[in-house]
Design a protein around this ligand. Structure first.
Ligand code: BES
Ligand code: ZN
Ligand code: ZN
Length: 486
């Protein structure tokens, strides 16, 4: 969807539909035909309630179709409400098959102009998405959006351009994560990332299974050993990796069968999405490069297919990790923590980062705790967590901290090894926390773990998020790393 800001007068707007955002309780003394139409909507029961919509016609306007959308009460207005109400408008417009849409906002005086334009753009680009690659008949979508604004057009357009870059990359992440397991596996993912890296200016190195044997990345190897697609560890660099760098690690299980601890029907169907962490890290780095952000970032994507086969790792196997810590693999379905442990240890040993952030669809326990609404956050550094929490509040990609007390780490101690990969009571108690507790033994630097199981995949569409892959984490990471204020 192309987006531009213009200062066109209402009578001159030439689109298929004009969307008018209206706050609840707005009173207008109409000075033009567009405002007259909005006033008409009031007599049809439209009140400007949050996400309320009403389609109208005005034969006196060049663009006859008007969709008014309620933004709710001024006291409750914020970025997320703007995103969601304009997303509601997009859903209405999709029903009309309109292609070119203009947006005008009446009576909004609380939110700053550029914030408003940013949130409208986000809500509309993100809501306009559908995963239609494999559909013969493509679903309707908007192709051009024009935002009507009378202030500094150049500044507004630069805000839109930046916002569009970020949101297009969220949609890119959704596309990748929605791809099935045989289409994206560790080997094909490397080729895909190579193209992305070359185009967006990221340096890339690939650690193959052979290299892993030499280096001792044995946890990644053991998770990948059951698959015909060998594991890979992709290392991406942006900026100067040896100067005050942030390490981003993303869990890249291209399909999680559970391995020998096979997942049952009902729990396995969407496990192509177990690469959501890796995809979010890739897409966030691509965004930062495209925005030319002055930051030093290292991205690590450990990629494995967790398969069930005669060569698959067995419960009870003992593996010496890259860091030297020995691990008993009690449950082959707790594979995410194994590959992340090696990747985190690799980052600490080979770089000198100032912080590490990992994103992983790590535990079903996190889904049980937060549903699809909030990601679990665990950390060894509360100051970083505070910043991440705030980035979550601003973007609507919310995170909530869980405690990482030493007691939980104790629960991960092995009987015959240093650690085991399953928490206490057969992993049933405090699963999201014990998963993070395991990881904590592989990091010493400031670190945040985000368990995005739940937020990465929606069973049904909501607001500006489609069902299926959500692209969660891209906007959160970009916000956290750029402390975006526009
Ligand atoms: N990929 C899953 C976690 C998951 C579950 C993600 C549901 C999204 C939706 C992970 O590898 C897993 O299977 N974790 C186990 C760990 C357990 C064996 C300790 C789980 O949560 O059941
Ligand atoms: Zn698993
Ligand atoms: Zn998994």
């Amino acid at each position: 969807m192309e987006v531009v800001v213009k200062s066109t007068a209402p009578e001159r707007i030439k689109s298929d539909v004009i969307i008018v955002g209206v706050q609840e309780g707005t009173r207008i003394r109409p000075t033009n035909e567009l405002e007259k139409t909005v006033q008409n909507s009031f007599s049809l029961g439209f009140k400007g309630e949050y996400c309320q919509t009403c389609m109208l016609n005005n034969e006196n306007l060049r663009t006859r179709r008007i969709l008014v959308v309620g933004l709710g009460k001024q006291s409750e207005l914020g970025a997320e409400r703007i995103r969601r109400s304009f997303a509601a408008a997009v859903q209405e417009i999709k029903k009309t098959k309109a292609k070119k849409v203009s947006v005008s906002v009446l009576g909004v005086n609380k939110t700053k102009d550029y914030d408003l334009i940013k949130s409208i753009t986000e809500g509309m680009i993100l809501a306009n998405y559908s995963f239609s690659k494999y559909k013969t008949e493509k679903p309707p979508s908007i192709s051009a959006l024009e935002i009507i604004y009378s202030g500094d057009i150049a500044k507004a357009n630069s805000v839109v351009k930046r916002t569009k870059t970020i949101c297009d990359n969220v949609n890119f992440a959704r596309d990748l994560c929605n791809e099935p397991g045989d289409s994206i596996n560790p080997v094909t993912m490397v080729e895909l990332v190579r193209k992305v890296a070359r185009k967006s200016g990221l340096r890339m190195r690939v650690i193959s299974d052979k290299d892993m044997k030499r280096l001792g990345l044995n946890l990644i190897l053991s998770v990948g050993q059951g698959s015909k697609y060998p594991p890979r560890l992709i290392v991406l660099e942006y900026g100067n990796p040896s100067k005050d760098a942030t390490v981003l690690v993303g869990k890249g299980i291209t399909f999680d069968t559970g391995g020998v601890n096979l997942k049952p029907s009902g729990y396995i169907e969407n496990m192509k999405s177990d690469k959501a962490g890796a995809v979010a890290v890739l897409s966030a780095m691509k965004t930062l490069a495209e925005l030319k952000v002055k930051k030093n970032i290292i991205g690590l994507l450990p990629l494995c297919e967790n398969m069930l086969s005669s060569s698959a790792q067995k419960p009870g196997n003992i593996v010496k990790s890259y860091s030297g810590i020995t691990v008993e693999v009690i449950d082959t379905d707790a594979e995410g923590r194994l590959i992340l442990a090696d990747a985190l240890a690799y980052a600490e040993k080979n770089y000198n980062p100032s912080e590490l952030i990992d994103l992983a669809t790590l535990t079903g326990s996190c889904v049980v705790t937060f549903g699809e609404y909030v990601a679990g956050m665990l950390t060894n550094n509360d100051a970083l967590a505070k910043r991440m929490f705030e980035a979550g509040q601003r973007t609507g990609e919310r995170v909530w901290q869980l405690p990482l007390y030493e007691d939980y780490v104790e629960e991960m101690k092995g009987d015959i090894t240093d650690l085991k990969n399953l928490g206490y009571n057969k992993g049933r108690y405090a699963g999201a926390i014990t998963g993070a507790a395991f990881l904590s033994k592989f990091v010493s630097k400031p670190w945040i773990h985000l368990d995005i199981a739940g937020t990465d995949w929606f069973e049904k569409p909501r607001w500006y998020v489609p069902s299926g892959a959500t692209g969660f984490g891209v906007r959160l990471l970009v916000e956290y790393l750029t402390k975006d204020t526009i």
